[in-house]
Design a protein around this ligand. Structure first.
Ligand code: NAD
Length: 481
């Protein structure tokens, strides 16, 4: 543990941006003494969301298996006595002055009066920092494809999941009305998922379970199996297989399971535009086609967060060359930030480290958070006392690291995905053939066990476990509350 500073000494202010995987892993693993009242650090957490969301279970929330409240934990509980939390959105990081411009999430004047006369300046405050941990994540990738923001549903936030769940419930109820024509019913119940990565695959799988089991049971007037006329689920992906980052055998298996479910696969098919009621696609041979939909769900991965783009523009262009995020050194320090900004999670690009660029997963963000927590807790990082910001040439470190500080090393622990109808897959980095690619019922059980075990807190672990039991005993939530 770090040595406590005498009460008069200035503490290093560490400001954490975000309340997602990277930020929470960092905060949870901090040494409470180093970040306590008499420790060398002062911790401030700034995020517009005052909770952490367990993102891997968002598809299960859409399918009505877990409740949205079961997969969130208060950031105040996580921060505890280690520091202070401010609910605000950081709009600007200024490395030259080491200040953050924060925008408040709520204004009582604007809430009471529509035309309050307030401008953004009335809602901002400035926060000084010595060290920033940028863990703001990323946003949905739309690749500038026309019509996507207007017509598609996304799955990145809790609001996205509850909106989509309610929309599916409304579509099903509408399809069951006596004056709904067979054509209308078919359209209402045609779901298209764009993106065959884990998010798209798990969303299609949970949707399949919901329709084939619960909707079929509670609304017998709807032929809810995917092979029947009323319902269709189509998954579109530009690649030739599902789950591109998984083992080849798992990709083939996932395709077979979806085929068995009756989920239509349009692989090697790139979406070029989304219109009202249909999607324009281009096939591998260059030919064009359309895919009709009632509900289109967009799950094609992630793009750079606007705050990350803004910070990148302030840093030397010669070192910040990635279009995916902020390039970091082997200690996760942002290149060109003079050692004052660390970056982790989806916002960071580790290509400059001795290892290959890491994927934007929760597992990577968690390990990066653990690493930075140990780095700061074990060493007393501080702004150099002789630091003269104006005189410092770019590249000179303002917050030096101890010479023997170890670089970040990632250990891949494997990947899991749920495929529907109690089937799942687990891709483990081991040589044993049976364990390397665990599939089927055992794969689903492994997935469920790990998603429960990896929960944010004992409270959410209990709630998620309870939700699985509730869903298997009494069915999924098909109502639109
Ligand atoms: P992804 O990047 O893994 O997959 C996106 C898919 O969309 C790709 O297969 C791509 O070919 C396709 N695509 C992109 N543009 C397209 C277009 N115009 N038309 C058709 N297809 C298009 O995205 P994801 O599934 O959101 O996952 C993001 C990250 O999070 C990944 O690193 C993933 O491994 C991770 N993740 C993992 C899990 C898990 O392990 N269970 C769950 C969720 C997310």
């Amino acid at each position: 543990p770090a040595e406590p500073l005498p009460p008069t000494a200035r503490r290093t202010r560490v400001v954490v941006l975000g309340s997602g995987w990277g930020a929470v892993s960092f905060i949870k693993n901090l040494d409470p003494q180093a970040f306590g009242e008499r420790g060398p650090y002062e911790l401030v957490v700034v995020s517009p969301r005052n909770y952490m969301l367990y993102t891997p279970l968002l598809p299960s929330a859409v399918g009505g298996v877990v409740s949205e409240n079961s997969i969130v934990e208060s950031i105040r509980k996580i921060v505890g006595d280690k520091g202070t939390y401010y609910e605000a959105r950081v709009a600007d990081i200024n490395p030259a002055t080491r200040t953050l411009t924060c925008v408040k999430e709520y204004c009582e004047v604007c809430a009471a009066r529509k035309h309050s006369g307030h401008t953004e300046a009335d809602h901002t405050f400035t926060l000084a920092y010595d060290i920033v941990l940028c863990s703001v994540g990323a946003v949905n990738a739309t690749f500038g494809i026309p019509g996507v923001p207007e017509h598609c549903w996304f799955l990145k936030s809790m609001e996205d999941a509850s909106r989509l769940r309610r929309h599916i419930s409304k579509a099903v109820e509408h399809a069951a009305l006596p004056d709904t024509t067979p054509e209308q019913r078919k359209k209402l119940l045609s779901f298209v998922v764009v993106g065959g990565g884990p998010t798209g695959v798990e969303t299609a799988a949970e949707l399949y379970d919901l329709l084939a089991e619960d909707v079929a049971r509670s609304l017998p007037q709807i032929k809810a199996s995917c092979s029947a006329d009323d319902v269709s689920i189509t998954l579109v992906d530009g690649m030739d297989s599902l789950l591109g980052s998984f083992h080849k055998e798992i990709q083939t298996y996932a395709g077979e399971v979806f085929h068995h479910h009756g989920i239509k696969l349009r692989l090697g098919t790139k979406v070029t535009a989304v219109h009202e009621g249909h999607i324009s696609v281009q096939l591998k041979d260059g030919s064009l086609d359309t895919v009709p939909y009632g509900t289109a769900i967009w799950a094609t991965g992630i793009a750079m967060h606007p705050l990350v783009a803004q910070l990148q523009a302030r840093l030397p262009a010669a070192v910040q060359t990635s279009r995916r995020g902020l390039l970091v050194d082997p200690h996760l320090r942002v290149l060109g930030s003079q050692g004052t900004i660390f970056c982790l999670g989806d916002a960071a690009v580790t290509g400059a480290a001795p290892q290959a660029a890491l994927p934007p997963t929760a597992q990577v963000a968690r390990q990066e958070g653990e690493y930075l927590a140990a780095l700061l807790s074990k060493n007393r990082l501080a702004l150099r006392e002789d630091a003269d910001v104006d005189a410092d040439p770019v590249g000179e470190e303002l917050v030096p690291l101890p010479p023997r500080a170890k670089p970040f090393r990632y250990t891949h622990l494997g990947a899991l995905a749920y495929l529907g109808e109690q089937k799942g897959v687990m891709d483990l980095p081991v040589k044993t053939p049976f364990l390397k690619t665990l599939r089927g019922y055992l794969g689903a059980q492994a997935w469920r066990t790990l998603e429960t075990f990896m929960q944010i807190s004992p409270r959410t672990r209990w709630l998620v476990m309870h939700d699985w039991m509730r869903a298997s005993l009494f069915g999924r939530n098909v109502s639109d509350i």
